[in-house]
Design a protein around this ligand. Structure first.
Ligand code: ASP
Length: 438
C-alpha cells in the first residue's frame, strides 16, 4: 500500500467544522498516514490568522512584558474549537503553558510556531493519531538555516515504527532546542520534507482552492484550472507570482520524483492540480500554454555603445557591476549595440546612482539610463515547442489590445516567453494573452 503525506492549510484548520471535514478526508483513505497541519487561518475575510495574532503577542511581550489581552483572543479561539469538536480533552493547561513559555523563550519564531503546535495537538486527539513535535524532526542551524539532509535522515529514523502521525508544520529547532520557522506559508515546506523522508507515493497539499488556475482569478474572471503541471512549469509560474504553494516546497519532493496533488478541502471530489516530474508529449500537446503569471515592479538598465558587439567581455564587465552591488538580475535581452538588463526594483532601490557610475567607469558607454515601471509576464507551457507561431499569437494579442511590448525574451528551452510591458498595461496584457490561448 502506498503512503500519502497530507498537508492541510490554515483555512482547513480555521474552525471545528473544517477540522471535521479534514478528519473525514483523512479517514476516507488508509494511505493518508502522515498529516501536517497549519495554524488556524481566517474564517472570514476580515478575520485574523492565529499566526498573525501570535506575532502580536510577541510584540506585546516586548513592550509590556506580558500578552494576556492579545493571547486571550487565541485562547478563546482554541477553546471554542475543542468545545465544538466535542473532544474529551482539556486544552486550558496547554494554553497556559504556551502563554508562559512565550514569555520565557520570547522569540518571534517560538511565538509564531505555537499556532501549528496547538492545531496539531488538537488534530491528534480528533484523529487518534500520534502527535510528533516538529522540533524533534526539522533541524535548523543555530543561525536559522534549514538543514535538509540531516532532517531527512532524522525523520527516516524517527518514523521507522510510526504508522499514523500528526506533525505541526512551519517550524523546527536547532541543536540547542531553539525554535526556528520557515518563511510565511512554510507548512507546505514541512509537508514536502516529510513526503521525501517517508518516500511518499504522493504529497497531497489540501487548501481552499481547486488547484492552480491558468492565470490570476483576480485579473481574469473564472480562469480554467490546470489539471497537470510539471515541476519545471510550476517553478516558472511560482517564481513569477503564482502563489498556491510555497516555492521552497518544490525541491524536497522534486529530488525524489514525488508528485504533488493540490486539493480543495471544501470540494474533496475535485481532482485538483497534479504536479508531476515530467509531462509526457501527449499531455503537453493538449495545450499550448499551461499558465500565465506575472509581477509588477521592475526596471531596465539600458546601455548603448557603438561596436559593443565586438568588444570582448563587455557583458561580463557590465554584469560584474551588478554583482559588485549584490544585485541579482532577471533578464538580459540585447541588440548589436545595445543591452538591457532587467532588475527588480527591490534590488535596485537606493543604489541607482552608484550602479550607473560604476557601469560608466567600467565600460564607458555612449548612453546609459534606467527606465522604470515595467511589469513582467511569463507565459509558460511545454506545449509551446509543438506549436509554431506561439510567440506570434501572443504578440498579436498584445498588439490588438494596443499594448506596447517593452521587452521580449524566449529561452531556448521553449518553456516560456517573457514579455515586459508598462505597469499600467499589466492587467490588460494578462487578459489579452489568456484569451488568445483559452
Ligand atoms: N501559519 C504560518 C503562516 O501563516 C505557516 C503556514 O500556514 O504555512 O504563514
Amino acid at each position: 500500500m502506498g503512503i500519502k503525506v497530507t498537508k492541510f492549510g490554515g483555512t482547513s484548520m480555521a474552525d471545528a467544522k473544517s477540522m471535521n471535514q479534514v478528519a473525514n478526508i483523512i479517514k476516507s483513505d488508509a494511505q493518508r498516514r502522515y498529516v501536517v497541519v497549519s495554524a488556524p487561518g481566517k474564517r472570514f475575510k476580515e478575520d485574523i490568522k492565529i499566526t498573525d495574532l501570535l506575532y502580536s503577542c510577541y510584540y506585546d511581550i516586548e513592550i509590556k512584558g506580558e500578552c494576556t489581552d492579545s493571547f486571550n483572543k487565541i485562547r478563546e479561539r482554541f477553546i471554542k474549537i475543542v468545545e465544538d469538536l466535542k473532544l474529551d480533552y482539556d486544552i486550558v493547561p496547554e494554553l497556559d503553558k504556551v502563554e508562559r513559555e512565550m514569555k520565557q523563550y520570547h522569540s518571534p519564531a517560538f511565538c509564531a510556531s505555537r499556532g501549528e503546535y496547538l492545531s496539531a495537538v488538537i488534530m491528534s486527539h480528533l484523529l487518534g493519531f500520534k502527535f510528533v513535535d516538529a522540533k524533534e524532526l526539522m533541524i535548523f542551524s543555530e543561525e536559522g538555516d534549514f538543514l535538509a539532509e540531516e532532517t531527512n535522515e532524522n525523520i527516516k529514523n524517527k518514523f521507522k515504527n510510526l504508522k499514523c502521525v500528526v506533525v505541526p508544520g512551519f517550524y523546527g529547532a536547532d541543536p540547542l532546542g531553539n525554535i526556528h520557522t520557515f518563511s510565511r506559508g512554510g507548512s507546505d515546506v514541512s509537508g514536502a520534507v516529510i513526503a521525501r523522508a517517508v518516500k511518499a507515493t504522493i504529497y497531497e497539499n489540501w487548501t481552499d482552492v481547486n488547484g492552480f488556475m491558468v492565470t490570476d482569478p483576480r485579473i481574469v474572471d473564472k480562469p480554467e484550472k490546470i489539471d497537470v503541471l510539471s515541476y519545471q512549469e510550476l517553478r516558472e509560474l511560482s517564481y513569477m507570482g503564482a502563489n498556491v504553494l510555497h516555492p521552497d516546497s518544490i525541491f524536497p519532493v522534486r529530488v525524489s520524483g514525488i508528485p504533488i496533488n493540490i486539493r480543495n478541502t471544501f470540494e474533496p471530489t475535485n481532482s485538483g492540480t497534479m504536479i508531476v516530474p515530467v509531462v509526457d508529449d501527449v499531455e503537453a500537446k493538449k495545450r499550448v500554454v499551461t499558465g500565465i503569471a506575472g509581477k509588477k515592479g521592475y526596471s531596465t538598465v539600458f546601455i548603448e555603445k557603438s561596436m559593443m558587439n565586438g568588444e570582448l567581455g563587455f557583458a561580463r564587465k557590465v554584469l560584474s557591476c551588478f554583482e559588485y552591488y549584490n544585485m541579482s538580475i532577471e533578464h538580459m535581452p540585447s541588440g548589436i549595440d545595445t543591452m538591457s538588463i532587467i532588475v527588480a526594483d527591490s534590488e535596485l532601490a537606493g543604489k541607482e546612482d552608484v550602479l550607473l557610475e560604476k557601469i560608466r567607469q567600467t565600460v564607458n558607454p555612449d548612453h546609459i539610463e534606467i527606465k522604470t515601471g515595467i511589469a513582467l509576464i511569463a507565459t509558460v507551457g511545454h506545449g509551446m515547442c509543438f506549436n509554431p507561431g506561439t510567440s506570434a499569437k501572443l504578440c498579436l494579442a498584445l498588439a490588438n489590445a494596443n499594448i506596447n511590448i517593452r521587452m521580449l525574451d524566449q529561452g531556448s528551452s521553449e518553456l516560456n516567453i517573457i514579455v515586459g510591458v508598462t505597469d499600467k498595461d499589466y492587467e490588460s496584457a494578462i487578459k489579452a494573452i489568456y484569451h488568445a490561448f483559452y
